[in-house]
Design a protein around this ligand. Structure first.
Ligand SMILES: Cc1cc2nc3c(=O)[nH]c(=O)nc-3n(C[C@H](O)[C@H](O)[C@H](O)COP(=O)(O)OP(=O)(O)OC[C@H]3O[C@@H](n4cnc5c(N)ncnc54)[C@H](O)[C@@H]3O)c2cc1C
Length: 407
């Protein structure tokens, strides 16, 4: 379609009023900016982050914490370094939001309400005069001379609108948690303008496992257990946290966090090893089991781990060990579970994969359609649990803001 003389004309169109779109809108000085949000409110996902407490960054966040399906790339490093954790602290301070960190370095608004982050951003965006168009879904973007024509549908009736924008920033998120508006359909907007999209994987999600040995454990929680993920290439990643056995596999914060390290490697083969007693060695457990067997000859075989681990877990371990005490001690320390999948995008917090970083310039501008930029989760960068993904939303948005402001 040709640019029509009567068409509304703006400088910058921001597509998506989530974390990155809001960060960007606050940072732009340009008055003729329109932010399109398909939902009836901006920042709905942001308000739900960190279990409603808003884990906005992590004191330990550095570029090497981030993943990319396309492999390591220098650009995400540069982006994170240019708008880093101290810069995000200062940013929120300037918006009147005090941040405070917990003992694990996770940073929250001091009042522990994620909605405070959204409110601060929303308020500032309004004060700056950014034109926020709610319930307006961008359904197409067309490159035209000197800019883009942005096609949108408004309201439930789908009333069609068109606007000419000199620059467009896609901040439409990924495919995770579609109830917050990010259902993955926005990738098509970029694909139409020449971009590719990597394979996408749900990350920060509960995992499905082969339940052969855990059928009797449904509902049992291992508090602060050890969890190791092992992938087909032999890579291992270990952490501590809660593990809950379910009918489909495992959940709990440890599982959730470890999923980020294996989400794209499950198809190639991955397993988990649960350590039920991280503070005790295998040798100590073996010695204890031998002593118990000698001291209590009448104690049923299946009760030997009574008083050591949860009874149900003890029985599952001893059943699997088939009477071999050495094997039982090993299983207490490394109860192996084959990972068969995850609960999927609807349950995931983050999308692994997206628009390849190689397809954007150092300013996160499209290499195929100049004037088109990207920020946030839509790009092929994701972080582990703990504030890293909102930090990326912030860093990438600030990178784009600087480019648009010509700084
Ligand atoms: C339950 C939950 C808890 C989380 N907790 C944390 C946490 O504590 N810390 C952390 O760092 N990360 C957390 N995350 C991840 C983090 O929220 C996301 O990585 C981050 O919000 C991504 O920002 P974004 O702007 O790229 O996308 P989003 O925040 O997903 O925003 C994208 C926006 O674009 C809109 N949109 C999509 N398509 C269109 C279209 N065609 N037209 C108009 N609008 C459109 C959507 O409605 C949405 O509002 C959590 C995620 C979830 C789901």
């Amino acid at each position: 379609m040709q640019y029509n003389i009567g068409m509304e004309r703006i400088k910058i169109a921001i597509i998506g009023g989530g974390a990155s779109g809001l960060f960007l809108a606050t940072a732009l000085k340009e008055k003729k900016t329109v932010l399109f949000e398909r939902g009836d409110r901006v920042g709905r996902k942001l308000s739900a982050t960190g279990n409603g407490q808003g884990n906005v960054t992590n004191l330990a966040a550095v570029e090497t914490d981030y993943f990319s399906v396309c492999g390591e790339n220098g650009l995400s490093k540069a982006v994170l370094q240019s708008a880093d954790v101290p810069s995000l602290y200062a940013y929120f301070q300037a918006l009147g939001v005090l941040l405070s960190a917990d003992e694990r370095g996770r940073v929250y608004p001091a009042g522990r309400q994620a909605s405070a982050l959204t409110d601060a951003l929303r308020f500032f965006v309004a004060q700056k005069g950014v034109d926020v168009r709610l319930s307006t879904r961008v359904c197409d973007i067309e490159k035209t001379e000197g800019g883009f024509i942005v096609y949108a549908e408004k309201g439930v009736e789908g009333h069609k609108t068109q606007i000419f924008a000199e620059k467009v920033v896609l901040c439409a998120g990924g495919k995770a948690a579609k109830n917050f508006g990010s259902d993955g359909t926005a990738y098509a907007l970029a694909q139409k303008l020449g971009h590719s999209v990597t394979k996408l994987y749900p990350s920060l999600v509960q995992l499905k496992t082969d339940v052969t040995h855990t059928k009797t454990l449904k509902g049992i929680r291992v508090n602060d257990g050890g969890l190791t993920a092992v992938t087909a290439d032999g890579a291992r990643h270990s952490l501590r946290g809660d593990i809950i056995f379910t009918d489909y596999g495992v959940s709990g914060d440890a599982v959730f966090r470890i999923s980020a390290f294996i989400a794209d490697k499950i198809a190639a083969g991955a397993r988990l090893e649960v350590d039920f007693l991280p503070e005790v060695t295998e040798e100590e457990i073996f010695t204890l089991l031998k002593q118990k067997r000698t001291a209590f000859p009448d104690l049923p075989e299946m009760e030997l781990l009574f008083g050591v681990v949860n009874n149900q877990i003890g029985r599952a371990v001893l059943k699997r060990a088939k009477g071999d005490l050495r094997e039982a001690a090993r299983l207490v320390k490394a109860f192996g579970l084959t990972v068969t999948g995850s609960l999927g995008f609807d349950y995931a917090q983050v999308t692994k994969g997206g628009i390849p970083i190689a397809e954007v310039t150092e300013h996160l501008e499209s290499r195929f359609a100049r004037g088109l930029y990207f920020a946030g989760e839509i790009l092929d960068v994701d972080g582990p649990c703990g504030g890293f993904n909102l930090q990326w939303a912030y860093s990438s948005a600030m990178r784009v803001a600087r480019a648009l402001e010509g700084v």
